[in-house]
Design a protein around this ligand. Sequence first.
Ligand code: 13P
Length: 255
Amino acid sequence: MRRKFVAGNWKMNLNLADAKALVKAIQAGLPAKPGIDVGVFPPFVYLKSVAEVLPPSMIMGAQNCYFEAGGAFTGEVAPQMLKDVGCTWVIIGHSERRHILGETGEVLKKKVKAALAAGLRVIYCVGELLAEREANQTEVVLRRQIREALGADVTLDSVVIAYEPVWAIGTGKTATPAQAQEAHAFIRGEIANLYNGSVADKLIIQYGGSVKASNAQELMGQPDVDGALVGGASLKAVEFLGIIKGGIAAPAGGK
Ligand code: 13P
């Protein structure tokens, strides 16, 4: 069975005091053994302070990393540095990094490989733009994004894929559960083609894009939706705890 994974991507939000308070408030409302994975992804500069208040029942990761281990790369952060401050995960290929910061598939592949080589686990994000969905290109885009960064030279044991349709991010326009399921099933099928059926069956695929407490359980109740990557709603403890509750209530997928 696949264990659900609910993660909060804080993006470039909060201040230090609010970041620490948010973790404590999530912890206060979290069951001792939630039976699902719960993670937070603070901005780089808050990672160490958040690690100091992070309970064992929660995991922490960064929102990005560079692909080199060190050197003259002003402003960048190496995977090992993230480990040093308590990260076990990193998000790679978020649509905001692809579309605002201009990261290409070639760069993202290097990042995935560097993060895994350093012993981090990776949430690799994929998702189509509205224009691509309207032009019936969703599957073409997802296939390309999967093949650009994953494949024979990347083992998937420590990789989660997040399907985040760009038109649903921060817009309040959630994909319907049926739309999410359709895309997730397609992604799982692509992974089966690229690897094999057993790797695909084990792969955790999160949905992201306007997830909130009121739609979380229905989304995560879809057979191929194994969790959520949450932006805006992860900044409020009550809302994030509601999403976690939805994840706990939703049945686990897979064999
Ligand atoms: P929202 O939940 O704010 O739509 O953001 C989703 C997202 O981009 C998570 O990585």
